[in-house]
Ligand binder design. Sequence first.
Ligand SMILES: [Zn+2]
Ligand SMILES: [Zn+2]
Length: 140
Amino acid sequence: MNISTTCSACSQRQEFELNWPVTAHPCQKCHRELLSHPTQAFLNQEPWDQCPLCGASHLYQRKDFNQKLGIGLIVLGVVLAYFTYGLSLLLVTGIDWWLSKRIPPMGACYRCKSEFRNSELIRSLEPFNLQLYDYYRNLR
Ligand SMILES: [Zn+2]
Ligand SMILES: [Zn+2]
């Protein structure tokens, strides 16, 4: 699994690969342990009950998809619809659907914004929830 996170002590952006059994992953800059909240479930490669980096109990999954690209595609479809009698709309919807089938989900933490990729465990996470997102945003 690949993890992308920000060290909570020194704000250094870090990316590392995590393998099981889990070993220590200190921050490259300040040497604080990044994986400071691994639960038993996490260590056993079972569905997670909390973020292994900050201990927040809510994580979500979403498509690892460049949202700007997705919106650009839709805008292009709408602009071209006039000239193509709506065919371009069908086309971009098709491309969007095709991409979303191909792109694996990524996991993310509402609180520390860590991102998780390349793991089957991500599929067990809940989909993105705007209320939870607002809740954690207001905590800061
Ligand atoms: Zn650090
Ligand atoms: Zn977290």
